[in-house]
Write a protein that binds this ligand. Structure first.
Ligand SMILES: Nc1ncnc2c1ncn2[C@@H]1O[C@H](COP(=O)(O)OP(=O)(O)OP(=O)(O)O)[C@@H](O)[C@H]1O
Ligand code: SF4
Ligand SMILES: [Mg+2]
Length: 364
């Protein structure tokens, strides 16, 4: 992965938009793709799937509520290659965190499969899963609440090393904790301090060191920089990209910040109401978004060009559909200006519309 200049990331993050639903633009680009290119996601991703470290197959997580079944994650098929980052974006409540938690089995799936290399880990016994947990870690959004305030930096980082019996001799554990602190840029003098004595950036570095302590291959990063100041966000993103390069880590990077996701991701999956509506290489998605929802998201990013001031932006119409027992058909239909009767009658699947670009929409 190419490293980005910290200043570029900073200015880009600073100009990003926090809410996806702020505006809706007047027109969408015409589809130019031949229908003959269309194949379903499974066969289209054939070669990518073969080399995937992690992939999901028709993954579902439904929650039982008093009003009905809440479709938090609904038939999601994604694939992550070793050493790469898949960004996941979408509005609050669209199922990003649930997807990450279900892949890690922190939350049990309702149905579907999660393949780690060739094994469906949803079939693993608790004992097999305990071993697997070392390979799969998570970094949380809020370094303030995700660290135990009663534990020192040393205790927080060494806990997984001891719990998984990765090292047992006190001197080896000490050495490893110091090594990890150095890796994430924490000064050794901080080893006995407590999280509340540190700023947000340092606390997130502790969270990263803790995740790395078990030598994982795959990390779910759930909004890892959203709670940090813009200048600190750039430092942490750069650190994560450096670590990925040197350790060959694979990230599922969850965020609502499009500028952050563009910088860190090789590929991006756009989610709407529990479903993936578009998956594409990062740069290509920003050049040529094809799903009307993705187009709306990207056009909501503020334009720093002063000449564009005063140009009319159309607000996205309507409310997000209720995720409880959703009607069949495209879930974006009530808000989509291209909606036609067929959109509410058909469940569209992700289709390949060009190389490494998948969209679920009647227009494609
Ligand atoms: N334990 C639970 N029980 C019932 N519903 C839940 C539970 N956890 C999440 N949900 C619902 O599942 C849906 C997806 O939630 P999730 O937290 O995955 O969204 P998200 O995209 O991560 O949102 P955010 O950007 O706000 O973090 C939401 O409607 C949420 O209310
Ligand atoms: S399927 Fe229809 S309603 Fe859904 S995004 Fe495409 S055009 Fe809009
Ligand atoms: Mg979340």
């Amino acid at each position: 992965m190419e490293y980005k200049e910290e200043s570029t990331i900073k200015s880009s993050i600073a100009s990003s938009v926090e809410s996806f639903t702020e505006s809706f633009t007047e027109s969408f680009t015409e589809s130019s793709t031949e229908s003959s290119m269309k194949t379903d996601m499974g066969s289209a991703m054939g070669s990518a799937i073969e080399s995937a470290l992690i992939r999901t197959e028709d993954l579902k997580k439904y929650y039982k509520t008093s009003k009905g079944l809440l479709h938090a994650v609904d038939n999601v098929n994604i694939s992550m290659n070793k050493g790469k980052t898949l960004g996941v974006v979408g509005e609050s409540g669209c199922g990003k965190s649930t997807l990450g938690r279900v892949i890690l089995r922190l939350t049990e799936a309702t149905s579907g499969k999660v393949f780690y290399k060739d094994d469906n880990i949803l079939l693993y016994s608790p004992r097999q899963m305990k071993k697997m947990r070392k390979a799969m870690q998570i970094i949380f959004q809020d370094p303030y609440s995700s660290l135990n305030p009663r534990m020192s930096v040393r205790e927080i980082i060494e806990e997984p090393i001891k719990a998984n019996r990765i090292l047992t001799k006190r001197s080896d554990v000490n050495r490893r904790v110091k090594e990890l602190m150095e890796t994430v840029g924490l000064a050794e003098r901080l080893i006995n301090v407590y999280p509340h004595e540190l700023d947000g950036g340092r606390r997130q570095r502790i969270g990263i060191a803790r995740a790395l302590s078990v030598n994982p291959e795959f990390i779910v990063c759930d909004e890892p920089v959203s709670a940090l100041d813009v200048s600190i966000q750039a430092q942490i993103l750069n650190l994560m990209m450096d670590l990925q390069e040197s350790m060959g880590l694979t990230y599922l990077f969850i965020t609502h910040n499009l500028s952050v996701v563009k910088h860190i991701s090789n590929e991006i999956a756009v989610m709407y109401l529990g479903q993936c509506v578009e998956v594409c290489e990062s740069d290509r998605l920003f050049e040529n978004p094809m799903h009307p929802y993705t187009q709306a998201l990207l056009r909501a990013i503020p334009n720093p060009d002063l000449s564009s001031r005063g140009q009319k932006k159309i607000l996205i119409k309507g409310e997000v559909t209720d995720p409880i027992d959703p009607e069949p058909g495209c879930r974006f239909a009530p808000r989509c200006e291209y909606a036609q009767p067929i959109c509410s009658q058909t469940d569209f699947k992700l289709k390949a519309v060009e190389a490494s670009h998948y969209v679920s929409c009647m227009l494609k």
